[in-house]
Write a new protein. Structure first.
Lengths: 211, 152
């Protein structure tokens, strides 16, 4: 829940950056919609907490600001760096991790709720891949080189973030899968597989490789 | 080895990226993720997903592999020693017994303001490490994206 609200700020800031970079209004609105979806996910997660007898109250977590990437060769490269990090990396990993939780969850209201969240995450990831594939043929050699260098940094940050959040142990409470709990160790394995077989090859197809 | 459920989830992630590229990039050579991962005979069949691949990337060569979060074994330390470094990212906890370290870390984390500052601390690493024997429910998968990093 806390994480979802924090992520809504990421998409709001990305939409602002895209607007300043004069991306098409429809694209900006789409990203703005992603922020709304993240907030809705936060509400849904909070509802689950409340229905299980907990209290869905937590301080808002502030995690820095969206980088403007003033060192980029162009405003579109600056935007694409953030899209690469947010959609093509983070959200594509989320599709795998949430998808696995969903796969292991029995039919019921909680699975329906998770399906809703998962489908939104698919949309967030696909947006990035679509945008990147549209712009890749238009990028200058400098922009492409810069994005490849940024990819290395973004991958490192993603790994650090995921590994800090995914416990290294293999402990799953009894009936934990029914609540979406998983083995952190297996989730780590899935994270690395997703990077290796889903993310990197498709970025390579777009001419982007970590350098 | 991934479970069947995780193989299906991985395939979904592949499709998210692969299908989008195929739909949008007529001039770009479409590379099968599995072929690009190094197995020339691979296809999109889930049964081949575990095929080993060669990937020149930080993740593949271990540069961004899991940090070693286990405290060294050495002379005893006090709880004050633990707390002195427990909130410092990258710090190594002074050696205590597992039970004592756990007690100190829980005490430290419970005293933290609930603003997420406990993330990235050595104490959290310790408590989440399976060698500490602590049973922490794994309901902490980060679903939403974090702020992207900067290059400078």
């Amino acid at each position: 829940m806390v994480n979802e609200f924090s992520s809504s700020r990421v998409f709001d800031a990305l939409a602002d950056q895209m607007e300043r970079a004069e991306f098409a209004r429809a694209l900006v609105d789409e990203v703005r919609g992603f922020a709304d979806e993240e907030r809705e996910h936060g509400h849904l997660c909070g509802a689950v907490v409340e229905s299980l007898g907990g209290e869905a109250r937590a301080p808002f977590r502030v995690e820095g600001t969206l980088p403007e990437h003033s060192d980029a060769a162009s405003s579109r490269e600056a935007v694409l760096r953030n899209v690469l990090s947010v959609s093509c990396l983070s959200e594509t990993v989320a599709v795998a991790l949430i998808g696995a939780e969903r796969e292991e969850m029995p039919d019921g209201p909680l699975r329906e709720l998770l399906t809703t969240i998962w489908s939104d995450e698919v949309g967030h990831a696909r947006f990035g891949w679509r945008l990147l594939s549209e712009y890749a043929p238009l990028l200058t050699a400098t922009e492409k080189s810069n994005l490849s260098r940024y990819l290395s940094i973004a991958l490192g940050a993603l790994a650090e973030y995921e590994l800090k959040s995914l416990p290294a142990n293999n402990f799953v409470p009894e009936n934990g899968a029914e609540l979406g709990l998983c083995s952190g160790k297996e989730a780590r394995e899935l994270f690395f597989e997703t990077v290796k077989v889903a993310i990197l090859p498709n970025l390579s197809a777009l001419g982007l490789s970590p350098t | 080895m991934l479970t069947d459920a995780k193989r299906r989830a991985l395939r979904a992630a592949q499709q998210v990226s692969f299908v989008a590229i195929a739909a949008c990039s007529g001039q770009i050579e479409i590379v099968s993720p599995l072929r690009a991962a190094g197995d020339a005979s691979a296809s999109n069949d889930a049964a081949t997903i575990d095929a080993p691949g060669k990937v020149d990337a930080p993740v593949a060569d271990g540069r961004v592999d899991a940090p070693d979060t286990q405290a060294d074994v050495g002379p005893p330390a006090t709880c004050a020693d633990i707390k002195a470094v427990a909130g410092t990212k990258g710090a190594v906890l002074p050696p205590m017994s597992d039970a004592d370290t756990r007690a100190c870390c829980l005490d430290f984390i419970n005293a933290l303001p609930q603003d997420g500052a406990m993330y990235n601390t050595p104490c959290c690493d310790f408590l989440w490490d399976d060698r500490s024997g602590v049973q922490v429910p794994n309901a902490c998968i980060p679903w939403g994206p974090p702020m992207p990093p900067s290059m400078v």
